[in-house]
Design a protein around this ligand. Sequence first.
Ligand SMILES: Cc1cc2nc3c(=O)[nH]c(=O)nc-3n(C[C@H](O)[C@H](O)[C@H](O)COP(=O)(O)OP(=O)(O)OC[C@H]3O[C@@H](n4cnc5c(N)ncnc54)[C@H](O)[C@@H]3O)c2cc1C
Length: 394
Amino acid sequence: MAKTILILGGGWGGLTAAHALRGMVPNDYRIAVIEKNKSFVFYPSFLRVIIGEKPDLDTVESPMKNLLRKDIEIINEEVVRIEPETRTVYTNAQTLQADYLIIAMGSELYPGAIPGFSAAALNLFDTKDAFAIHEKLSNFKKGRIAFLIARTPFRCPPSPYEGAMLTEWFMRQSGVRQDVEISIYTPEKQPMPVAGTQVGEVFTQILAGHNINYYPEHSVTSIDGKSNKIFFSNGKEAGYDLLIGVPPHGAPKAIVDSGLTDSSGYISVHPQAMQLLEDVDELTTRYPQVYAIGDNTAVRLLNGMMLPKAGVFAEAQAHIVAGNIAAQIKGEKRTELFDGRGVCYVDVGDGMAAEGSGDFYAYPAPSIILEAPAPEVRKAKHEFERIFELWFSK
Ligand SMILES: Cc1cc2nc3c(=O)[nH]c(=O)nc-3n(C[C@H](O)[C@H](O)[C@H](O)COP(=O)(O)OP(=O)(O)OC[C@H]3O[C@@H](n4cnc5c(N)ncnc54)[C@H](O)[C@@H]3O)c2cc1C
């Protein structure tokens, strides 16, 4: 019987793992990706969609059936339960057994968790809504635009801030900036808290330089779409004419239903090996041939905070896990460890982005540097989109 490597979730992390593995393990190993959606969606492109830089859906999404490598099997089904002890996966259509299992199901959006959110806000992290935001911004001449971060953690900590700065730039280009007020409301104490106070201060200054109002420690309790008001747990309220929101995130239901989450709400994994943890303090692992990567994981850092949810980490972890599975298959000793280093490119408007990079596993706290914005950095950010050329046919 052919041996099977099952990858749950065909997003940034899952497809990276599938491609890396296909290049390393013998052809008689079946590599199958279970993905519930018909299309692969590349979330970072949403930020370009809202300012009209990406008018075509096919530069943001691609049908999974267009995957170039036909030796990676795509199973278009929904995972409903996972039994890590036996590496058994139940989907809405069948039961599958794996020799190696990689859980890469990302985080799920729960807009319904905030009363009024779905009816009142356009979701910055949704394909259809990203195009709708562009439509609204194109016709927006005067009034208040509110960016609302509902809860932490969320995908890509700088992304809502980038959305606000790109919107500000777009309003200037449209010649209406003087009549538009832009505000950001968030439960966070500062932008990107995990990156430290210095990065937070630089970021806050950039926002102030763009004349964007910033309201930290504002945790939304409900939204009234009739009176256009947002209500916060600190007793304050805010009005808006256009509301762009990031809904609460959580682990996908199948992961929760399988009992794989802990108090973090996600799957706690070993920070270097990406195996599921038995004990978070002692870092003892369980289920030797079962791994979790990317946004569905919780990695506790040495300062007690969590590793941010970012594609660059999902991708790096995918390569580590693929390398280690390949080594096991070849009977070699596991050698690769994820080192917590990463780079992110932060859009600040005016055709520029700022590079943030560093070591999230540094002691006593992550060591992150945010460079001055430059046009070349924005070009480097767009390089991510090569995924579409590398993985998919048109
Ligand atoms: C606006 C925006 C901008 C961003 N910019 C950046 C950036 O510049 N740099 C960066 O590093 N990161 C960025 N990110 C974050 C990045 O996109 C995510 O961190 C990354 O996609 C996580 O990869 P993943 O594989 O863990 O999860 P995902 O890419 O979310 O993939 C998970 C997959 O699992 C599937 N799935 C879920 N549940 C099931 C189920 N029950 N059955 C079957 N399939 C299931 C989903 O449909 C999905 O395809 C950005 C995100 C957003 C929203």
